[in-house]
Design a binder for this molecule. Structure first.
Ligand code: AMP
Ligand code: MN
Ligand code: MN
Ligand code: MN
Length: 284
């Protein structure tokens, strides 16, 4: 087993805001040399059975996961759950509540965009939401398709982030709830892409301290949106806070040509992997 190269513990399918079916995701991961794959769709676990079956056929290890939306100090933070039992009822009740908020928010984003002169955006976004869960990604895809901006990045910046016409503040789970749902379902909680939140050094430490306090296990040290410097910085912070390190691409589909499954750099030296205590990575 070649260290972190073999693990991709953060990916999406069309059950949330990715574009591939679970079987397509697994096939691509296996072809790219991933030996252990986690599926971690936003606030939903519906893709896990298909992904597990496909992983067994492809002969790679499979980790059932989820990426939970959290509101922490008025900011959205994502907590990945790994090795969860998706049949756990508290977890499912919690995720259901978040999906209900998503539904309300989708209508609210549509109302706000309508006021800004863009009608019928909610219906437009829903056409991109292949399995029902509506994400800002689907609004972005609709807005790009209607010519409002050049690409997803530009559309987020102009319409979907704080201070812009289609922004609606999150009312997601608390940090404590998300970690409790994950742990209650037998899983390990991981702070996703910590460098993306652009927190001050003081607030990063506050987040890691509180996360550790409520029972969090790990942080994503190596991930698609981290530079090598980010990885070293968060490896150091993981050690300081007694947290493990995880690695995941945050792959959403082949339209993101700058980010593929598989070729992740190894965890920095001295960073204990979240998978250290897992059983050997034999096929599912
Ligand atoms: P939501 O959970 O519905 O608020 O949508 C968040 C998702 O939007 C993230 O998981 C990313 O996939 C995507 N996203 C956020 N910011 C950007 C960005 N600047 N460019 C492209 N995609 C983004
Ligand atoms: Mn996403
Ligand atoms: Mn995320
Ligand atoms: Mn993600």
């Amino acid at each position: 087993m070649n260290g972190a190269h073999a693990y991709d513990l953060h990916t999406h399918t069309y059950y949330s805001d990715g574009t591939l079916a679970p079987a397509e995701l697994v096939a691509r991961a296996a072809a790219n040399g991933v030996q252990v794959l986690a599926l971690t769709d936003h606030d939903v676990t519906d893709g896990l059975p298909e992904a597990r079956d496909a992983a067994a056929r492809a002969g790679i290890g499979f980790v059932p996961g989820v990426e939970i939306s959290v509101t922490w100090n008025s900011q959205t933070v994502h907590i990945v759950g790994l090795q969860i039992d998706s049949a756990d009822s508290d977890l499912q009740t919690g995720l259901q509540r978040l999906r209900e908020f998503r539904e309300w928010r989708a209508d609210e984003i549509g109302r706000r965009l309508a006021k800004a002169g863009i009608p019928a955006a909610t219906e437009g976004a829903r056409r991109f939401a292949q399995r029902g869960l509506v994400s800002r990604t689907h609004f972005a895809q609709f807005l790009v398709a209607s010519g409002e901006a050049r690409d997803l990045r530009a559309v987020f910046k102009r319409f979907l982030v704080r201070g812009k016409p289609g922004h609606v503040p999150g009312q997601w789970a608390s940090l404590e709830e998300a970690v409790a749902w994950i742990r209650g379902a037998g899983g390990q909680a991981v702070i996703a892409h910590p460098a993306r939140y652009r927190l001050t050094a003081t607030r990063v430490k506050k987040l890691l301290g509180e996360f550790r306090e409520v029972g969090g296990s790990a942080i994503e040290v190596v991930c698609g949106s981290h530079s090598r410097d980010d990885a070293f910085r968060f490896a150091q912070l993981a050690r300081t806070f007694g947290l493990l390190g995880s690695a995941g691409s945050d792959y959403h589909g082949p339209q993101n040509h700058y980010l593929d499954l598989g070729p992740l750099p190894p965890l920095p030296e001295g960073c204990t992997p979240v998978w250290q205590t897992w059983p050997p990575a034999t096929p599912a």
